[in-house]
Design a protein around this ligand. Structure first.
Ligand code: PGA
Length: 263
């Protein structure tokens, strides 16, 4: 039986002071005996603050990105070895914002090359995380144009295949995949729960084909994209949705705790 998992993706938000306040509130608001796995992915600079506050709680934490080499001349990069050293249980990989696929574009289009994640770099990152026993949260999702062209399922399949190439099935038994339609991220538009469940089923089938049936059965598949307290229960009750990857709504402790309760 797969556990429900709710992950807060804080993105580029929260100073150390704000992070402390948010975690202190969350610890008061979330039932310490909850069966739900709860994790927070803050910025690299607040991981230490968050880990210190969470040390005696059931909450887990992780990072939002990683570089695949263990150490060396890679200015500005952070390795899986360093994330493991900081006690991270999870790491988000292949988020649409690092792939340069934005639901709401807030930077000049000419700068999109900066966000240049590819299936190959995602695959290398996942391998480096698994080597350190950090659970990857692989994000996949189609743009509005891809959906309108009827390509949703093939885009999802190709992203899962590219990311998991060459990985031993058993290595991914505690891995996570998040289905995040790009057009629903930070836009307030949520995917209809039946359609979100259908695409999460496509992800599970892809994992079965690319890895094996046991991996497909054990992998936790999350939905992400404008999850809020008002839609979480409906989304999380779907058969193939094992929880959520929550962006904007995870910045508010009260709202996030309600989403955890819905799971
Ligand atoms: P959102 O972001 O909840 O703000 O839409 C989700 C995500 O990008 O992980």
């Amino acid at each position: 039986m797969r556990k429900k998992l709710v992950v807060g993706n804080w993105k580029m938000n929260m100073t150390r002071g704000q992070a402390s306040a948010a975690i202190e509130s969350l610890l008061l608001l979330v039932d310490p005996n909850t069966e739900v796995e709860v994790a927070i992915c803050p910025t690299y600079l607040t991981i230490e603050t968050v880990s210190h506050l969470l040390r005696r709680s059931h909450f887990l934490y992780g990072a939002q990105n990683v570089f695949w080499m263990p150490s060396g001349a890679f200015t500005g990069s952070i390795s899986a070895t360093m994330l493991a050293d900081a006690g991270c249980s999870f790491c988000i990989v292949g988020h649409s914002e690092t792939r340069g696929r934005f639901g709401k574009l807030e930077v000049p289009e000419s700068t999109l090359g900066y966000f240049s994640e590819t299936d190959e770099t995602i695959n290398l990152k996942i391998k480096s995380l698994l080597y350190q026993s950090i659970r990857p949260i692989l994000c996949v999702g189609e743009t509005l144009a891809e959906r309108e062209a009827g390509n949703t399922d093939s885009v999802i399949y190709d992203q899962v295949k590219g990311a998991l190439a060459g990985i031993e099935p058993a290595e991914y038994y505690s891995g996570v995949v998040a289905y995040e339609p790009v057009w629903a991220i930070g836009t307030g538009k949520t995917c209809d729960s039946a359609e979100a469940n259908r695409v999460c089923g496509v992800v599970r089938k892809a994992v079965a084909e690319i890895l094996d049936a046991d991996a497909a059965e054990s992998v936790q598949i999350l939905y992400g994209g404008s999850v809020k307290s008002g839609n979480a229960a409906e989304l999380f009750s779907q058969s193939d949705i094992d929880g959520g990857l929550v962006g904007g709504a995870s910045l508010d402790a009260e709202e996030f705790s309600k989403i955890v309760r819905s799971a």
